[in-house]
Design a protein around this ligand. Structure first.
Ligand code: SF4
Length: 533
């Protein structure tokens, strides 16, 4: 047999629109017969700084078009439309560059391909990191990176570094980049399933996908750009393809396979998976058609004894942006500068929400909530306590030491969240919900001690939480995941730290809210939106 080399991921064209940052910091020099693109290190810093800034406040035009299409679809539910409208409003607030589109401003990830005729003379990852550092320092973003000091002692790095930077070699004289700001909730919804040949038939594949779609749930803030990758020369290759496919990086792969094992998109299965997602009725977080915006199904070669299958999403903070350095300068993908144009002239007509006054005793709040079924849309007004992972662990330590549940946890509903930095002159930084599931282990004990009677966050929860709510009369309310900027601008009137100040974004806060949107997910009778799908 003749030797054939196949580019494993042959991207057939690049239709990305770029904006030029500068023509500076690059020049072409001769080395013998070769032309070398000499790139000053500052170019790397500038590119990553600009890319991380743009992607924190702007979205792709194609993403916004898909949100608008939900509003225009008569088959979308009220709840689908409500989420889409909020996300479009959110994009219109974030574009000002003060409030990032999501409070979880993510792990900075850079994937790059460096041409063999590109010379920088430095450790490129260091200079790319410097640009990321600058943006997280200078903008109202959040530091989410926790570093281990020892096996069990951890600290926030205070800079959002380290970033994940992977640089590969390629031929040519250009340097290409994909930057991502990947939130924790979104990253946590990446799955690897080690399967076998027995999966590779229509019936098994269909059943497998239906089951795994339900596992995804809503904690990564749908509607999703969903990626499913079948095969891969290793588990790592599979998951790397999942990440890039969810970021739209493989949209221009071929659509059929060949004897050399090229990666390809299976358009037929993309339609089928999209259909399965619509039939799940999960919708854009609270029931409906729009669990996904779109689906990418990529087929890869595999070892005869392995069949890795990867599933992942790009969330409502669809923060993916390309960049490139060529002899013409430094370029970054042009994201949408005018998201307002996707908002309809009048808001979608929706059923009225039920208003709940949170400034009444907890028994009265519970007595009010018990009147309404799951999926009811609410407007919350009053006081919330904000606490998330570390605060919950610390309160558990108090209980374990025989101390009482703090009054603030008994008197007010708890919102699981952690804000981004507060812009000057505003009451709050971007402040959307975090994933509720991480707090599930505390609910039974906290409710038994009179706390956490009404919880507000995003995503589905375990049976233990449903049982606790039924036993102690509690509720779990769903807040829309994703629109953190609009919540900060329109719905959060004041923020004050009340406990554990040293925890930074994880400190316990008291906030005052106005017309804060929420949905009843789990009630005091054992009903649960996700269980009822
Ligand atoms: S939109 Fe949701 S999943 Fe995405 S980063 Fe924000 S909180 Fe996380």
């Amino acid at each position: 047999m003749d030797f054939i080399y196949q580019d494993p991921y042959p991207i057939l064209k690049d239709d990305t629109q770029y904006r030029k940052i500068t023509s500076d910091y690059v020049k072409v020099e001769k080395l013998g017969d070769r032309e070398i693109l000499t790139v000053e290190p500052k170019a790397l810093e500038l590119l990553s700084q600009e890319a991380m800034k743009d992607v924190s406040f702007m979205l792709r035009t194609s993403h916004l078009e898909k949100l608008r299409a939900i509003l225009d679809d008569p088959e979308a539910t009220d709840n689908d439309r409500f989420v889409a409208y909020n996300l479009l409003q959110n994009a219109s607030v974030a574009i000002d560059g003060q409030l990032p589109s999501c409070q979880d401003t993510g792990t900075a990830i850079v994937m790059a391909k460096k041409g063999e005729n590109v010379y920088t003379g430095v450790d490129d990852a260091e200079w790319l990191s410097k640009g990321i550092f600058n943006t997280y320092q200078e903008r109202n973003l959040r530091y989410s990176q926790i570093v281990p000091i020892s096996m069990f002692e951890e600290k926030n790095s205070g800079s959002n570094l380290p970033a994940q930077i992977d640089i590969y070699a390629k031929k040519g004289d250009s340097y290409e980049f994909l930057f991502l700001a990947k939130g924790g909730g979104s990253a946590n919804k990446t799955y690897l399933y080690q399967q076998t040949k027995s999966l590779l038939n229509e019936k098994s594949m269909d059943a497998f996908i239906r089951a795994k779609i339900m596992d995804l749930g809503t904690s990564a803030c749908p509607p999703y750009h969903l990626a499913l990758v079948i095969g891969g020369t290793s588990a790592e290759a599979n998951l790397a393809a999942v990440k890039k496919a969810s970021a739209g990086y493989y949209d221009n792969l071929p659509t059929s396979g060949n004897m050399a094992g090229q990666a390809f998109r299976d358009l037929e299965w993309e339609k089928r998976v999209q259909q399965i997602c619509q039939e799940s009725a999960i919708g854009a977080q609270f029931g409906g058609k729009y669990f996904t915006h779109d689906v990418r199904v990529i087929r890869l070669p595999r070892h005869a004894a392995s069949c890795p299958v990867g599933l992942g999403v790009s969330c409502s903070a669809d923060r993916n942006i390309k960049g490139k350095i060529t002899k013409d300068g430094i370029f970054v993908e042009q994201l949408e500068a005018n998201p307002q144009r996707f908002l309809p002239a009048t808001p979608p007509h929706l059923e009225e929400a039920v208003e709940i006054d949170l400034n009444q005793p907890m028994e009265s709040i519970l007595a009010e909530l018990t009147k309404y079924p799951i999926k009811t849309r609410l407007k919350l007004n009053g006081t919330l306590i904000v606490a998330r992972d570390i605060a919950h662990a610390k309160i558990k330590e108090l209980l374990d030491a025989g101390k009482p549940m703090p009054d603030y946890f008994k008197n007010h509903p708890v919102y699981y969240a952690g804000p981004a930095k507060t812009p000057d002159g505003m009451p709050s930084g971007s402040f959307g919900p975090t994933t509720a599931g991480r707090m599930d282990v505390y609910v039974e004990e906290f409710q038994k001690n009179g706390g956490s009677m009404v919880m507000l966050a995003k995503g589905n929860r375990t049976k233990d939480v449903m049982n606790a709510c039924k036993t102690y009369g509690g509720f779990y309310l769903g807040s829309i995941g994703g629109p953190a900027a609009i919540l900060a601008k329109e719905n959060i009137l004041s923020v004050e730290v009340v406990d554990f100040e040293e925890l930074g974004m994880e400190a316990v806060r008291k906030i005052t809210i106005k017309d804060f949107p929420a949905f009843i997910i789990t009630d005091d009778k054992g009903n649960d939106f996700f269980e009822n799908l």
